[in-house]
Write a protein that binds this ligand. Structure first.
Ligand code: PBG
Ligand code: ZN
Length: 307
């Protein structure tokens, strides 16, 4: 009877699994800050994607660890960049799996900021061109969804125009619309080597104290052409997910980020929490708050546990 009357259901099709793409071939190494997740070369990523598809998971989102970094993040929009190569490999191996790519410069810039900088200042408008080039290079490689996570103003419009201008009308934009300046990204920055070399991201990411501002950011991104909007992180922002859900008709995604994952993994390793139960409870709470789609490092475990 409990199952009959359950109000919230979550299935693996609603989850997106993040992959971290490294250069080379045959490379597969566990990420110390994200136990159970791996740095993967393009060929290994294709193998991983096949496993993800077989588990019935809705898609993957790709992050890149380039061979080299420079002040303008050139490898982020190189045709043969790590994410571009992995996208091609995954699309060829598993044509039915949805491939999303993260669009941001911080993994590719020598200073670790999400845009080009002048001294200690991030320049918004000059960054838009580079983000649009990156999104376009991902689309050319076969990405069906591009996901800008940079939080520069105007980037959704710039990316939409670039995609449409090159014949990629069908490539969708999942905008990280309400992305907070959060301490929960620590393990990811370790994994992606994207910690800013000076300053922080508070000039463009949101103040954790604000919710009206999140709705404003969402409205702007929708007006610029976003197809789905994301709230990030998830757990400390369930009220924001709910508010966004009630204010737009588009699909709402939530990112169950690296720090949320790492806290559960660490406590589970100590035997202090029951990992399976706490993961199902956590993901269900994000879904209950209103997320249609959840990006999570737990995706493969969840799919196995609920099969
Ligand atoms: C890059 C980006 C970040 C995350 C996703 N894309 C980190 C940041 O903004 O510093 C975080 C994901 C996670 O913590 O799991 N802009
Ligand atoms: Zn960034």
């Amino acid at each position: 009877m409990r199952s009959l009357v359950r109000e919230t259901r979550l299935v693996p099709e609603q989850l997106v699994y993040p992959l971290f793409i490294a250069p080379g071939t045959g490379y597969r190494r566990e990420i110390p800050s994200l136990a159970g997740c791996f740095h993967l070369s393009a060929d290994e990523a294709a193998r991983e994607a096949a496993e993800v598809a077989a588990l019935g998971i809705g898609g993957v989102i790709l992050f890149g660890l380039p061979k080299g970094k420079d002040p303008v993040g050139s490898e982020g929009y190189a045709e043969n960049g790590v994410v571009q190569e992995a996208t091609r490999a995954i699309r060829a191996a598993t044509p039915d799996l949805l491939v999303m790519t993260d669009v941001c410069l911080c993994e590719y810039t020598s200073h670790g900021h999400c845009g080009v900088v002048d001294g200690e200042e991030i320049l918004n408008d000059p960054t838009l061109d580079l983000l649009a080039r990156m999104a376009l290079s991902h689309a050319r490689a076969g990405a069906q969804v591009v996901a800008p996570s940079d939080m520069m103003d105007g980037r959704v419009g710039a990316i939409r125009a670039a995609l449409d201008g090159a014949g990629f009308q069908d490539v969708a934009i999942l905008s990280y619309a309400a992305k907070y300046a959060s301490a929960y990204y620590g393990p990811f920055r370790e994994a992606a080597d994207s910690t800013p070399q000076f300053g922080d991201r508070r000039s463009h990411q949101m103040d954790p104290a604000n919710v009206r501002e999140a709705l404003k950011e969402v409205r702007i991104d929708v007006a610029e052409g976003a197809d789905m909007v994301m709230v990030k992180p998830a757990l400390a922002y369930l009220d924001v997910i709910r508010a966004v859900r009630e204010s737009v008709d588009l699909p709402v995604a939530a990112y169950n980020v690296s720090g949320e994952y790492a806290m559960i993994k660490a406590a589970a390793a100590k035997g202090w929490v029951d990992e399976k139960r706490i993961v199902i409870e956590t993901l269900t709470s994000i879904r209950r708050a209103g997320a249609d789609v959840i990006l999570t490092y737990h995706a493969k475990d969840f799919a196995r546990w609920t099969a």
